[in-house]
Design a protein around this ligand. Structure first.
Ligand code: F0G
Length: 455
C-alpha cells in the first residue's frame, strides 16, 4: 500500500476554532507580530513545537489512574524506572520535571569555570545550562550538517577529527562529551550508529564520559533502521539499546519521545555524580522517587516509552514528515534536507531573497503563514540568534522556519491544509514585508520582542 494511515483512531477530540484572515491579521498585529504572544485558541494548526504537545493514548490515560502519589517509594517510580532501564540500561535514573532541569543538575555536578563541553550541536537550554556553570559550550557537528541543501543521511554526526583534536589538547578540562539525538538545532538530523560508536571510542581513549541529550531517541533509532546499512532487520528497541550501550548517561525531555505533556530525567552510571545529583534534586525538584513530577506523570512516561518504539507508529511518523517535505519541495520551497525526525525546516532566507537577514525573513514567513492559514510555526534564525553579547546585532548562519509536528495530534488533511497555505504564499512571496524590532529584552528576545512591519 502506498497510503500510510495514522495507526490510531480518535476517541477524544479538541475543537479547532476556525478564524478568518481579517481576525488573524488583527490578532498578530496586537501580538506585536510575535507568534509567542498569540493566544493559542487563535491558532488553527499549532506547529510551534513538538514538545509537550503530544496526544496521550487511552493506555496512558488509564495508567494515570494507577498513579501512586506517595511522597517516597511510590510504585509509579519503580514502573517508570523499569521502563527507562528496559531501553537505556543506566544504573541511576533520576526523574525531573523536564529536560532542562536534568541539564541544570548534570552541569551543576559535572561542569565548572574553565571546563569545556563539546556536543554535535547544543540545544539552546543545554548551552545556557553549560554556560551557567561557567563552562564553555562548543559545537562540533560535521560540515554537511551546516549546509541545508546537503542530502547526507546523518547530518547530526559529530566531527570525530575535531573531537579528537579537542580531547588530545584539553581532555583534562572536559568533564563530559554530549551528543544530541536527533540534532534539533541542526534541523532534527539523526546521528548514525557508526558515529556514536566512533564518539564512544574517542571518549574511551581519553577517559571522558559520553552523555546523550536523548529527547528524540526513538526517531533517531528509526532513521538508523531505514538509512544505515545493517539495521533494516534489527528491531527499534534493540537499536535503541545498542545506541545507549555506547553512553555513560543521558538527559531526557520526556515531552518529546515519551508522549507526555511534562517530564524528563537524568540517567547515569557514575554513582558519585548520581549522589550529588540527587542532593541537588531534593533541593530544587523533589524527592528522588518523584523529582518534580506526580506519580501519575511517571506512569504516563512508562507507558509512553513502550508506545514510542512501536514500528507502525515510527513508520507513520517519518512518512508524514516526508509527505510534508516532499510536497514543499514540489512547490519549489527550499527546505533543510533530508527531512529529519520531528519537523520540516523551511529555508526562509533562500525563499525570500528580497528580505535581508536583519529584516528577519524567517519572522516574515512565520507571520505570513499565520495570517494566511492560522498556522503557527517558529522562527529559528536571526531573531532567535542574532543578538550578540555586546548588544549589537548580526545575521544568524541561517534563517529557518520550523514546522514542528506534534505527535499523534494532526491528521493528513491538516497537513494538506498546511501545504495548501504555503503554496498560496509561494505565489505572492515577493510581496511579503520584512520587519524591524520595536522593543526587545536583553536575553532570549524571540520570546517577547515586539515587531513593526516594514513598508
Ligand atoms: N534538548 C533538546 C534537543 C530539545 O529540543 C529540548 C527542548 C531540550 C533539550 C529541553 O527540554 O523543554 O523539556 O526542558 N526543545 C523544545 C523545542 C523546547 O521546541 O524544540 P525541555
Amino acid at each position: 500500500m502506498k497510503t500510510i494511515i495514522e495507526p490510531f483512531r480518535i476517541k477524544s477530540v479538541e475543537p479547532i476554532r476556525v478564524t478568518t484572515k481579517e481576525e488573524r491579521a488583527k490578532c498578530i498585529r496586537e501580538a506585536g507580530y510575535n507568534l509567542f504572544n498569540l493566544h493559542s485558541d487563535d491558532v488553527m494548526i499549532d506547529l510551534l513545537t513538538d514538545s509537550g504537545t503530544s496526544a496521550m493514548s487511552a493506555g496512558q490515560w488509564s495508567g494515570i489512574m494507577q498513579g501512586d502519589e506517595s511522597y517516597a517509594g511510590s510504585p509509579s517510580y519503580y514502573r517508570f524506572e523499569r521502563a527507562v532501564k528496559d531501553l537505556m540500561p543506566f544504573e541511576h535514573v533520576i526523574p525531573t520535571h523536564q529536560g532542562r532541569a536534568a541539564e541544570k543538575i548534570l552541569f551543576t555536578v559535572a561542569a565548572n569555570k574553565g571546563a569545556t563541553i563539546p556536543s554535535n550541536t547544543h540545544f539552546d537550554t543545554t548551552r545556557a545550562n553549560v554556560e551557567m556553570s561557567g563552562a564553555e559550550a562548543i559545537d562540533l557537528v560535521i560540515a554537511e550538517g551546516k549546509d541545508p541543501a546537503d542530502e547526507y543521511p546523518f547530518k547530526g554526526n559529530m566531527d570525530l577529527e575535531a573531537l579528537e583534536r579537542l580531547l588530545s589538547d584539553a581532555h583534562d578540562r572536559i568533564p563530559l562529551v554530549m551528543l544530541t539525538i536527533t540534532n534539533n538545532t541542526g534541523g532534527g538530523q539523526p546521528v548514525s550508529m557508526e558515529n556514536m560508536r566512533g564518539v564512544r571510542e574517542v571518549c574511551s581513549r581519553y577517559k571522558v564520559p559520553l552523555f546523550y541529550d536523548a529527547c528524540r531517541f526513538a526517531e533517531n533509532a528509526y532513521l538508523i533502521k531505514t538509512r544505515e546499512p545493517g539495521y533494516a532487520d534489527v528491531s527499534v528497541p534493540d537499536i535503541v539499546r545498542e545506541m545507549f550501550s555506547y553512553a555513560d548517561g543521558m538527559t531526557m525531555s520526556a515531552k518529546k519521545d515519551a508522549f507526555v505533556n511534562i517530564g524528563g530525567w537524568l540517567a547515569l552510571n557514575n554513582g558519585d555524580w548520581a549522589d550529588q545529583a540527587r542532593n541537588i534534586l531534593i533541593l530544587t525538584e523533589g524527592f528522588p522517587t518523584y523529582g518534580g513530577l506526580a506519580g501519575r506523570d511517571l506512569e504516563a512516561i512508562a507507558i509512553g516509552l513502550q508506545e514510542i518504539v512501536a514500528e507502525d507508529y515510527l513508520r507513520y511518523r517519518m512518512a508524514s514528515m516526508q509527505y510534508l517535505g516532499n510536497a514543499l519541495t514540489r512547490i519549489g520551497v527550499p527546505i533543510v534536507k533530508p527531512v529529519g525526525g520531528h519537523a520540516v525546516y523551511i529555508d526562509a532566507r533562500t525563499l525570500l531573497p528580497h528580505i535581508p537577514p536583519l529584516a528577519y525573513p524567517g519572522q516574515a514567513l512565520a507571520v505570513a503563514l499565520y495570517v494566511e492559514g492560522g498556522i503557527r510555526a517558529c522562527e529559528i534564525g536571526t531573531v532567535m540568534f542574532g543578538m550578540q553579547p555586546d548588544g549589537s546585532e548580526q545575521a544568524a548562519p541561517l534563517d529557518l522556519v520550523r514546522l514542528a509536528i506534534p505527535r499523534r495530534v494532526y491528521t493528513q488533511s491538516h497537513v494538506d491544509y498546511v501545504i495548501e497555505c504555503i503554496e498560496n504564499l509561494y505565489t505572492c512571496k515577493n510581496q511579503l514585508p520584512g520587519y524591524r524590532i520595536e522593543w526587545q529584552p536583553r536575553f532570549l528576545r524571540h520570546f517577547t520582542a515586539r515587531f513593526l512591519q516594514l513598508a
